[in-house]
Ligand binder design. Sequence first.
Ligand code: TRP
Ligand code: ZN
Length: 863
Amino acid sequence: MSAETLNRSVKRLSDYQPPDFAIDRTDLTFELDVDKTVVTAVLELRRLDPQVSELCLDGQQLQLLSLHYNDSLMADDQFDCRGHQLRLKVSENNFRLTIKTQINPQANTALEGLYFANGSFCTQCEAEGFRRITYYLDRPDVLSVFSTTIIADAAHFPYLLSNGNKVEERPLSNGQKLVCWQDPFPKPSYLFALVAGDFDLLRGEYLTRSGRLVGLDFFVEKGQSGKAAFALDALKRSMQWDEQRFGLEYDLDRYMVVAVDFFNMGAMENKGLNVFNSKYVLVSQDTATDTDFFNVESIIGHEYFHNWTGNRVTCRDWFQLSLKEGLTVFRDQEFSRDMGSATVNRIHAVQVIRTAQFAEDASPMAHPIRPQQVMEMNNFYTVTVYDKGAEVIRMLHTLLGEAGFQAGMRLYFQRHDGQAVTCDDFVQAMQDANHYDLTAFRLWYQQSGTPELTVQRHYDAPNQRLTLRLSQQTPATADQSDKAALVLPVRYQLLDTTCSPSGLFVMQKSSDTLVFDGVSAQALPVLLEDFSAPVRLKHDYTEQELLRIAKEAANGFARWDALQSCWLLWLQQTMEQASDFVLPDALFELYQQLLSQPLDDKALTAELLKVPDYGVFAESFQQIPVHAILSAIDSFRQQICQRLAPELQSCYQQHSAAAVDYNEANVGLRALKNRCLDYLAVQGQSSESLLQQQYGAANNMTDKLAVLKACLNSSHPAFLSLMQQFANEWQHDVLVLDKWFSLHAANPTIAVFEQISLLCQHPKFSWQNPNRVRAVFHAFAMQNPGQFHRLDGRGYQLLTDTLLKLDPINPQVAARLVTPLLSWQRFDSKRQALMKEALHRLSSQQGISDDLYEKVSKALANE
Ligand code: TRP
Ligand code: ZN
């Protein structure tokens, strides 16, 4: 086999074999140096199957310095070290290996394994980064007790951190220092972490329910510790919430969080030592928006909740990723819901499913929440595994109820604490604790795609009987052609004249009926309250019926959802009608009402007043009419502004006095006020003073950014001068500068191309920093559909040039950015040709990474 095919091999779930060896102890010593770090790993190995005669360890980008078997140095002909493996014949059941390797953290721009960036050393081991540190059984079902000794220059790296408890710290000769850590909990290598650097430290403490005092340490860039106060508080709230809701307590004496500016993802749950992307730790009112605050709280929660769902019980293999991620997202969503507006939280979570996740199902990368084959594991940290995975857990919760679900969780921990298990083990615990047969439900783990649930209504007047015929069908996906019926929990309410009962209907078959007796001809069913199943609902409701639901449904989500359906109807009508489509009076009446008498939940009011984004509309088409959608959105916004200007103005005035703190009430007020501002900006010149006034007076980033966004959305002439002002104010703060980069990259005019090339020359821009790269190019590819999908192909070209440059630097980030190019089948034939041309340019690139190759080759597979 050539090295190429070896690298590109696909791993399958069905090929899973348990490990041949256990590693009972892993003792690591790091002699840190920016380009020549020496790692000594002492591994206590135990053979599990006496038939096995060869040990095969994973390793990548390592320079092997020496290998000892017990106490004897192995000669070069006593082992085989080629490609990404170290192979060794073994005859004993218990033995010790001492492996010395040298690595170059400074050259590690992929940010996997041990890397040196921005003056600190940092690790990222999930999913398979540990093999870039030493040779190891780098798989999640090998659990080991770790100790870590770190030796480094004391002046440059006063903090030397790793998992668990610090057991030793002492100065060495020539300015070096040594720190030793021990983690008592056995863990897989992906949860290992090491950080070394000079930080400011924010400390707090938390007293657990059982009376243990836990030290909470936040390590952040010098001068930034004030901006970690909210995250520290969010951590305390997470700890308390997990005790109350799930009965789960923290298990070490110290919980450390390090914030770094160079990071591939959001954050990482390493045992006792979380590493965070600094944008999810550092917030203050003047630098961060309400959305940023929300994200910090939810990600702090997410990583904390992993300590039980992920770390204490981990995954057997990476195909089971949703075991920890789906469950932990469900937990963090429940936490966020208890901290803020429950309805708005649900709306936002559902939007992720309906836009990004449904789009993934329709793409060449379609996969079930438990994928069956994988080339590069990093490509499977997806909205399907995470967010659809959370929806699957939520359906279990809906079927079993809170008490039943918690009983299932208790049984899961009772059975599997300290183990590496499968999604099936989780479902089995839920099943056994509830004596509830989940056999059919398990199909959710196997089957990919977006189910379509069709409802037909029939009213039998003489018998006052309403019959709903429900049928489900899942269209074929790129990875699977045959689909079966799924278990769909359908929460409903029947709106009727005298009473409006609600309930749960569990659909099990491909078609079924739901019958309501003794109901009037006006009875109207509200289906999928709170989006009780992740499906596309197909109905034939009229505008009048939908607006009735929007006014009368008990469930806030269902009210909002009915309005979403109206918008889809109105978009259809706009596109079908030759003359200009006029939005119905009923909408303006509803909006007038909401503006003059907002609901108690102001954030929900703001959501109800919103014209859906491009992405929401786009996902309702097989073939996406980019410009028709964009111009319809423009027309909708203009009509709302024209018809409701006085109401928008007075609602704006009445809600402009929120205090600065981040809390549910203030967030709601700002959301509502800024929704009004966004419409008022459509007036152009005449709104200039209002925009300038808010920009100048704002004491928080939410209000400042809202002005810039309103200008952008309305192509307001004030945009560029305000952007200049903003840049002058925030040169020094990279996280704020990222917002400025993104706004420029989302500019819907052709000037964006010139602008982006200037951004890439900005002194604070760096191709090595994922936050900077994403700020520019994620915004361009995802928030600027008009320019990205230009018919002259310039948008696709820019993204392709970027990916070719980025892939050798950071393949993981490159592979995430390629996503919008993969779905060429969703566009007209001209764009299809241009997108495929771009994909061919990528696939013919010499030395393209596995990450990018897996996606691009799938996208081109059935061309
Ligand atoms: N396990 C992390 C989480 O969900 C995700 C993550 C962080 C990750 N960094 C990564 C996954 C790098 C793959 C590669 O919180
Ligand atoms: Zn996670």
